[in-house]
Design a protein around this ligand. Structure first.
Ligand code: GLN
Length: 194
């Protein structure tokens, strides 16, 4: 059973722990750099990426998390977590730090005010059994990806799920639904790495 951390600086940590447990993985909250040594993969939850970025700096997690990603450990970011694994951001403050991992440009709050929150059926490459229920909450989208990144899903012409090597990111929140097929995909990535 792989042990998968959920970055617990800020955001919907509990929902991810539940989703991981439902897919048969061992989830545990991670708040300190030392705890990264004991996990096989990491989930970065939804929440507020500006706050998460500041807390990562304050708690001395920024460089350890960058190193974790660079080491090829599996990482999955949802919504704010997608922002945190982007190499570049749009509509973010100049000083907003990310952990990086996917060669992509992510636009924060891209789906805009009028659609601040919505749900849509999303077909995700590599996930059999029909579309997943995509919950979008002030969600980012992926403006562009580099040659190494693979687009897994789009909505309304915008990229909303991407994978590059061991790093996976979705604009939406599968942890807020009862359908944990995206988590299962990530747990599979972790199993193949361990
Ligand atoms: N808009 C948020 C941000 O920029 C993300 C929202 C979410 O995670 N639901 O961090």
């Amino acid at each position: 059973t792989p042990t998968i951390g959920v970055l617990a600086l800020q955001g919907d940590v509990r929902e991810h722990l539940k989703a991981l447990a439902d897919t048969g993985a061992q989830g545990r909250p991670v708040r300190r750099a030392e705890e990264l040594d004991a996990i096989d993969g990491l989930v970065i939850p939804g929440g507020e990426s500006t706050t998460m970025s500041k807390l990562a700096v304050v708690f001395g997690m920024l460089e350890p998390l960058r190193a974790f990603v660079r080491a090829g450990k599996p990482v999955y970011g949802t919504c704010a977590g997608m922002i945190m694994v982007a190499d570049k951001l749009l509509d973010a403050r100049e000083d907003q730090e990310t952990f990086g991992g996917i060669d992509m440009i992510v636009r924060r709050n891209a789906f805009g005010r009028q659609n601040e929150s919505f749900e849509a059926a999303i077909d995700v490459a590599g996930i059999p059994g029909g579309p997943v229920e995509g919950v979008f909450i002030r969600a980012p989208w992926v403006e562009s990806v580099g040659a190494e990144a693979e687009v897994l899903a789009t909505y309304d012409g915008h990229t909303v799920a991407v994978r590059q090597g061991n790093v996976l990111a979705t604009s939406f929140h599968p942890e807020l639904t009862g359908d944990h097929r995206v988590h299962a995909l990530f747990v599979d990535m972790v199993r193949h790495t361990v």
